[in-house]
Design a protein around this ligand. Structure first.
Ligand code: ATP
Length: 594
């Protein structure tokens, strides 16, 4: 329960919703309970008047008595109707305050969680899977909302109703009140246990459903592989098996639910029988009137629903506490990468690595080992090396996606850790190795990094990335939708849209992480020649596998197993006759062979 105390700040914020809400609950319950007394009076009226009516049998006055009697009954009927209407009105106000408050809290929480997620570093997203992140921001928040809304509303409602009914019952006759209330604790305990059982079974069903959905989602994403390997039947068999597990769980839940309502009605029936039996005895003794029995029966029936709710509310609170615990786990995580500097200087683009080492915390792989290099502003640095040698890690360190373990990275002579991170990243154009395009128009994908953009800028960026001609071939041109609802671009087209996204920012530092791999050599030359013009006086860092891509670089770094094994210009490295020269010869040979 201590986890739910996190929500107190919201209750404080929305105090002017919850306080009137509680007042409305009290008023609606008063108008819910008083009609029981009116029913009691009406009952007494009926018994008394029938006796008088029979006394005047054969006299003219019998009709007058009949008229007064029906008029009084009509009056009681109207009175009950008005009271229930007023009760309904206040129930409406109660929901309009407490349930609306819960929706406001849900909205605030989702925003708070999302904003916090965005502050967390890349490492956090590596450690936690997307499904879990999404569940905490949606399903868990929804469960917490059930606590701040319905659970609180029904708890207050039950408490108020209980107090009122017990007060009125004991006011009439304490013996009858005790007998009437006797089955209620059994009802509460039974409902609590059955509810827990239903809850556990529902959780199992939910788990199985998520498993089934993930299975279907993955298989549909990989439908091409399934078809190529003719695994449709095997996939169908696994689906049927998972689906069957879901069906078995669901059927077991239906059984428990089928037992739940009859047992509840049985206990309520028991309470009613006790009321009539004990009440009858009290009437014979002259302690109460027959109308009081009717009044008590109404009370017992009024208590049934809130008591049933009590079990449900307990499970709601337990679930909300578990969900809030999960939400708090993430909300209490401090971001690994922080930046307090608020200065917004323009960078020139000199990058220095001084004895930099870095180990991935989750895998313990030492990806960068004691790296030293410097690239002056406006120069072109290329990084080459075997797969897994640490090239992307180096790019991520320049972007400060991770902080170095030892040594330091300096930008324009200032330590990267001390810079205003948003201002720094704003001045970098980064094209990651794995292209990611949003399900949006091509135009919005290219303009992603800018708040305001003109069509001319988008078109120029597309031209520089050598993708303009492809785009204007589409019917909707730059307005063409990408992603699930739109067209699928080829690997090379995706890479070039991603390059255009970086170029449109006119960055001070440009980082290309192996993003020309799916582009043919002619297009690559076109892009590189455009880059030469755009990046004049600005720093470029290009990671590549093909020597042809980087031969014009001002400096080439050859990485191997996280270390720099060679560095220099293309000609210097060829003269060196080391790993670079070997790569060069191999690639030449491959080209000749093909
Ligand atoms: N997010 C990560 N978490 C843990 N280890 C990682 C992560 N990313 C990369 N590694 C490991 O760090 C090492 C360097 O990987 P990196 O991606 O930097 O290599 P690369 O030179 O860019 O390879 P490639 O040319 O294949 O893209 C590899 O051993 C890899 O397994």
């Amino acid at each position: 329960m201590k986890h739910l105390s996190f929500l107190n700040k919201y209750f404080y914020k929305y105090k002017w919703w919850i306080i009137p809400g509680i007042i409305f609950v009290i008023i609606s319950n008063i108008f819910g309970v008083v009609p029981a007394q009116v029913v009691g009076h009406a009952f007494n009226l009926i018994t008394e008047n029938i006796a008088i009516y029979q006394l005047f049998n054969g006299f003219n006055r019998q009709q007058v008595i009949y008229d007064i009697f029906s008029y009084s009954l009509f009056f009681f009927g109207i009175l009950i109707l008005i009271m229930y209407l007023i009760r309904g009105l206040f129930l409406f106000f109660m929901r309009q305050t407490i349930i609306l408050m819960s929706r406001h809290i849900e909205y605030d929480m989702k925003n708070e969680i999302y904003a916090h997620y965005q502050k967390l570093s890349l490492g956090f997203y590596r450690r936690n899977n997307t499904g879990d992140l999404m569940n905490r921001a949606t399903e868990d928040v929804n469960r917490v909302r059930m606590y701040v809304g319905p659970a609180i509303m029904y708890t207050i409602n039950t408490a108020v109703l209980f107090c009122l009914i017990i007060y009125f019952m004991f006011d009439v006759n304490s013996t009858l009140a005790i007998y009437c209330l006797l089955p209620l604790p059994v009802l509460v305990i039974t409902i609590y246990y059955v509810n827990t059982l239903i809850n556990n079974k529902s959780e199992k069903i939910q788990e199985q459903l998520s498993k089934l959905s993930s299975f279907v989602q993955e298989r549909f994403s990989g439908i091409r592989v399934i078809k190529s390997y003719v695994r449709e039947d095997q996939t169908q068999a696994v689906f049927a098996q998972e689906s069957n597990a879901y069906k078995t769980n669901a059927m077991s839940l239906v059984k428990v639910q089928a037992l739940f309502y009859p047992s509840m009605l049985l206990l309520v029936g028991l309470s009613t029988i006790l009321t009539v039996y004990i009440g009858g005895k009290q009437v014979i003794d002259g302690a109460i009137t027959p109308g009081n029995i009717a009044e008590f029966i109404v009370y017992v029936n009024q208590l049934t629903f809130p008591v049933t709710m009590l079990g449900w509310v307990t499970t709601l609170i337990q679930r909300a506490a578990a969900s809030q615990k999960r939400i708090n786990e993430f909300l209490q995580l401090a971001p690994d990468i922080t930046s307090n500097n608020t200065e917004t200087p323009e960078f020139e683009g000199k990058i220095s690595f001084k004895n930099v080492s870095f180990t991935y915390p989750d895998t313990g792989i030492e990806a960068i080992k004691d790296i030293n290099f410097e690239i002056e502003k406006g120069k072109f640095l290329a990084i080459i090396g075997r797969t897994g040698s640490g090239k992307s890690t180096l790019a991520n360190l320049i972007m400060r996606m991770y902080d170095v373990d030892s040594g330091k990275i300096e930008i324009d002579g200032k330590e990267l850790k001390g810079l205003n991170l948003n201002n720094y990243r704003d001045q970098i154009g980064f094209v990651p190795q794995e292209v990611f395009l949003f399900s949006d128009t091509i135009k919005n994908n290219i303009a992603f990094g800018l708040s305001a953009v003109e069509d001319g800028q988008v078109e120029q960026a597309a031209k520089n990335a050598a993708v303009y001609n492809n785009i204007i071939d589409f019917d909707l041109k730059f307005e063409t939708m990408l992603g699930e609802r739109g067209i699928t671009l080829s690997g090379g087209q995706k890479q070039r849209v991603s390059i255009a996204r970086a170029l449109i920012k006119e960055p001070k530092i440009l980082i290309f992480d192996d993003c020309l791999s799916a582009v043919d050599t002619k297009t690559e030359e076109e892009i590189l020649s455009n880059l030469g013009k755009i990046m004049k006086g600005k720093t470029s860092v290009l990671i590549a596998h093909r020597i042809s891509t980087i031969k014009n670089a001002d400096k080439i770094i050859v990485l191997d197993n996280g270390r720099i094994i060679e560095q220099g210009t293309h000609d210097e490295l060829l003269k060196n006759n080391g790993a670079y020269a070997e790569m060069h010869d191999n690639q030449l040979l491959e080209e000749e062979n093909s």
